[in-house]
Design a protein around this ligand. Structure first.
Ligand SMILES: NC(=O)c1ccc[n+]([C@@H]2O[C@H](COP(=O)([O-])OP(=O)(O)OC[C@H]3O[C@@H](n4cnc5c(N)ncnc54)[C@H](OP(=O)(O)O)[C@@H]3O)[C@@H](O)[C@H]2O)c1
Length: 331
């Protein structure tokens, strides 16, 4: 009994449950609890460090990415049975170092550098540690910085899957990329160009040079140019949606595809496919992507880099974001 009391540090009889709570090691994390508050509702708090379940690893997060629309995703607020899961830790992409393996977990080892995409329904990567399934991670080569590693999973995998799996891109085809200066669009532009496609990028007037530098052959200023002047294309990769997505369906040639990453297309090509999808983790594709970064075929589009202590302010910018914001959790 003496032992129980001294471990729990309590002056009254402690229940086993209470002891466990008090022994938990805490970590810093960015959480949300209030859906109506948007990104302004983010808070830096202390949360218990996660434990590794079967097939999990615990990763010490060195750098984390963040997609602003996370706050619109149902998975940020409820679990798979639609129960409230707040406070939920934001962020679903990371680069870091494995610190623990769950029961039966193979394929990765403690001390290994990794990067990857965390489950939408679990606590995320804007934290000092995250528990996630090993299969959602790939090795991060030693010559790739953690900041760069954390910028790749969502934008790189989305671009890869949209172009090659859902869009079935062939060499020589033409691709219209909406939002080509953005995190995903810049990856799409570079990968499509590498696979010998003719890339037409779109965006705001100020992004013309950026989009051409990423490898687009043409640029369409959506504020001033007429989209219909693009003529026919084989593939539209839509990262904007709304009216722009709708007007793009008519540009698709027979047998072509409209790939949307912003929800179901509001209009479908007359003689082609319309596909919308949510990015999935894929270790082999992560390795393909990081190899391209190492050999210079792919350039990341990183904007602001900040610390976890400053993350709430940085993720609520007062000015236009340029490139992807990365939170360097361990300096
Ligand atoms: N389905 C999936 O799996 C998946 C995966 C990743 C991302 N997404 C979604 O895809 C979208 C793009 O993501 P991202 O991370 O690439 O965002 P991002 O970095 O903000 O890129 C979007 C780009 O499109 C531009 N843009 C947006 N609306 C525009 C308009 N009306 N006219 C001209 N340019 C416009 C943006 O310019 P401004 O910055 O000036 O607005 C920005 O350059 C987001 O909605 C995100 O949630 C989906």
């Amino acid at each position: 009994m003496d032992n129980v009391l001294s471990i729990a540090g309590a002056s009254t009889l402690a229940s086993p449950k209470r002891q466990m709570t008090e022994e938990k090691i805490m970590m810093k994390a960015i959480v949300v609890t209030d859906q109506a508050a948007g990104t302004a509702g983010m808070k830096l708090v202390e949360r218990p460090e996660p434990q590794a379940a079967i097939n999990d690893v615990v990763v010490q997060v060195h750098a984390s990415g963040f997609v602003p629309t996370e706050l619109e995703w149902p998975s940020t607020w409820t679990d798979r049975l639609d129960r409230d899961r707040t406070p939920s830790i934001l962020g679903h992409e990371l680069a870091g170092v494995v610190t623990a393996l769950g029961y039966g977990t193979t394929g990765l080892s403690v001390g290994q550098r990794v990067f990857g995409l965390a489950d939408w329904y679990r606590d995320g990567t804007l934290a000092e540690y995250v528990a996630m399934e090993a299969r959602n991670l790939a090795p991060l080569p030693g010559d790739v910085d953690f900041t760069v590693g954390a910028s790749l999973p969502i934008s790189g995998l989305t671009a890869w899957q949209g172009l090659f799996q859902h869009g079935r891109l062939q060499a020589g085809q033409s691709v219209l990329v909406h939002g080509a200066a953005g995190a995903v669009g810049s990856m799409v532009t570079q990968l499509a160009r590498e696979f010998c496609a003719h890339v037409i990028g779109t965006g705001r007037a100020a992004d013309r040079q950026t989009v051409l530098d990423f490898g687009a052959k043409e640029f369409v200023d959506l504020g001033n140019d007429a989209l219909k002047d693009v003529g026919g294309v084989d593939l539209v990769f839509d990262g904007i949606g709304g009216d722009i997505g709708k007007r793009s369906a008519g540009l698709i040639r027979a047998g072509g595809t409209l790939v949307s990453i912003v929800g179901p297309a509001e209009a479908r090509p007359a003689d082609g496919l319309a596909v919308d999808f949510v990015v999935e983790s894929d270790r082999a594709q992560l390795s393909e992507i990081v190899q391209r970064v190492r050999d210079g075929r792919l350039r990341t589009n990183i904007g602001n880099v900040s610390t976890l202590d400053n993350a709430v302010a940085v993720l609520n910018p007062t000015e236009r974001r340029k490139g992807k914001t990365i939170i360097r959790v361990r300096p």
